[in-house]
Write a protein that binds this ligand. Structure first.
Ligand code: 1GP
Length: 243
């Protein structure tokens, strides 16, 4: 079963998914060893690998992760150079909140044939950047303006357009390390208007926020910075989920 089908199946069963984002530039051997330790008892559902600006060899990092865990590894590429054949799937992200043709379709054209040769499962995903209270790497690198936090109607219209265009998932992103996560009200409104899975990430660093995002209708939550700082946060979160 492909990764997208797993996500749909879990959703049909009323389950939520947790994804941990690994930035290849921060994936030191020490960090991967601590992830290996934690994933033995509290594995996330998905590992995302990628970043807006990556210097490290993504394929090498994917291989290391595959050697320490059976958790599916899904590419979350900041651009067309982050294709790693050893991954299980790739989010084919189109930055639909922006008006920069390069991130809407240009990077995809550059890497399409290479991706096809790898045989990777691709999951077309509408990437929607929401103002997270500070300028994030993705905003700067993509040269796009995020949707203002108060403009729920624009977020909804963008999400509906993405669904109508045939995208299979939506990713509401405040940006890695954002000072504020995506507003719950916005997640709730988007959830109400679309049927495809909704991923939410950026600036989530406490249990209540994760809980509230799931309650608002997120199907998948992405945690990056908090796990880099405190990998054992996953255990605390599992404790909460178990209770
Ligand atoms: C970034 O949504 C992810 O693309 C994760 O964000 O690093 O803030 O958890 P954080």
């Amino acid at each position: 079963m492909g990764i997208y089908d797993i996500i749909l199946k879990r959703r049909a069963e009323g389950k939520k998914l947790l994804a941990v984002l690994v930035d290849p530039d921060k994936a030191s051997d020490e960090h991967i060893a601590s992830l290996a330790d934690i994933f033995r008892s509290t594995p996330p559902d998905i590992i995302l690998v990628g970043g807006s600006l990556v210097a490290a060899d993504t394929e090498a990092v994917v291989r290391k992760l595959k050697s320490i865990t059976d958790v599916p590894v899904v590419l979350f590429p900041g651009n067309g150079s982050q294709v790693a054949p050893s991954a299980d799937a790739m989010l084919l992200l189109s930055l639909i909140s922006g008006r920069n043709a390069d991130y809407l379709v240009g990077q995809h054209v550059n890497s399409a044939l290479q991706i096809r040769q790898t045989g990777l499962e691709t999951i077309p995903t509408g990437y929607i950047l929401i103002d997270g209270g500070s300028v994030t790497s993705v905003q700067y690198i993509s040269g796009t303006m995020p949707i203002p936090r108060t403009k729920t109607d624009i977020a909804v219209a963008t999400a509906v357009a993405g669904e109508m265009l045939g995208l299979k998932m939506l990713y509401l992103e405040a940006g890695s390390g954002a000072s504020q996560h995506v507003p719950e009200e916005m997640v709730r409104a988007v959830r109400k208007h679309v049927n495809i899975p909704v991923i939410v990430g950026g600036g989530l660093r406490d249990i209540d926020s994760v809980k509230n995002m799931f309650k608002a209708g997120a199907d998948v939550i992405v945690l990056g910075t908090i796990i880099e700082k405190d990998p054992y946060f996953l255990q605390k979160l599992f404790g909460f989920i178990a209770n």
